[in-house]
Ligand binder design. Structure first.
Ligand code: ZN
Length: 185
């Protein structure tokens, strides 16, 4: 069994910002989950998961693990994006997708249980589950600006953030609604 699975989470890991007193991996988990959710980019009209080779590269870069097929990854990404999306769900979810579950391992490290993935998607999902278990899932949001739709982490005290960036998307949206209100008929 690969005992390096956890250490492989975000090998390019940014230093923990220590703004929230949880585990030392929290910031890495957030970075990894956001990177996964943002493999689709509305502004650039790109999607890493449309190209098996790009996805393979993403997996090695972000998780140090091999990729799984893009269909499963895309289904899981889109389900998670829908769950944190802004406003009501757009599509009825009457038909459960084939990959609404994925194996994640729990192993003991010096007696301490640690979740880890055995492939790239498992590494991402282990990070996502730690975020959910520690009550942070509702801080993951999707920016509602239609040309943005980026996933971000809401660090505001009362979880009041709507836009990924007030400076960019918030202002752009304010300008747009102003133009609409003042458009000549
Ligand atoms: Zn945005």
């Amino acid at each position: 069994m690969n005992s390096k699975a956890v250490a492989a989470v975000a090998p390019n890991g940014l230093s923990a910002a220590a703004s929230e007193p949880v585990g030392p991996d929290t910031e890495q988990d957030i970075d990894l989950l956001l990177a996964f959710l943002n493999t689709t980019d509305a502004e650039a009209s790109t999607d890493v998961l449309r190209d098996a080779e790009q996805w393979q590269q993403w997996c090695l870069e972000h998780t140090g693990q091999a990729s799984v097929d893009t269909t499963a990854a895309r289904e899981i990404r889109d389900l998670m994006r829908t769950s944190v999306g802004y406003g009501p769900l757009t599509a009825p979810r009457s038909t459960p997708p084939s990959t609404a579950q994925w194996p994640v391992h729990v192993r003991l490290e010096d007696g301490v249980p640690i979740t880890s993935g055995t492939d790239a998607l498992g590494v991402v999902l282990a990070a996502a589950s730690r975020i959910a278990i520690t009550g942070r899932w509702h801080r993951i949001k999707i920016c509602p600006a239609t040309n943005c739709l980026r996933a971000f982490y809401d660090r505001s005290r009362n979880r009041s953030r709507t836009w990924c960036s007030m400076r960019v998307c918030g202002n752009r949206e304010k300008a747009r609604s102003w133009r609409e209100r003042h458009a000549p008929n």
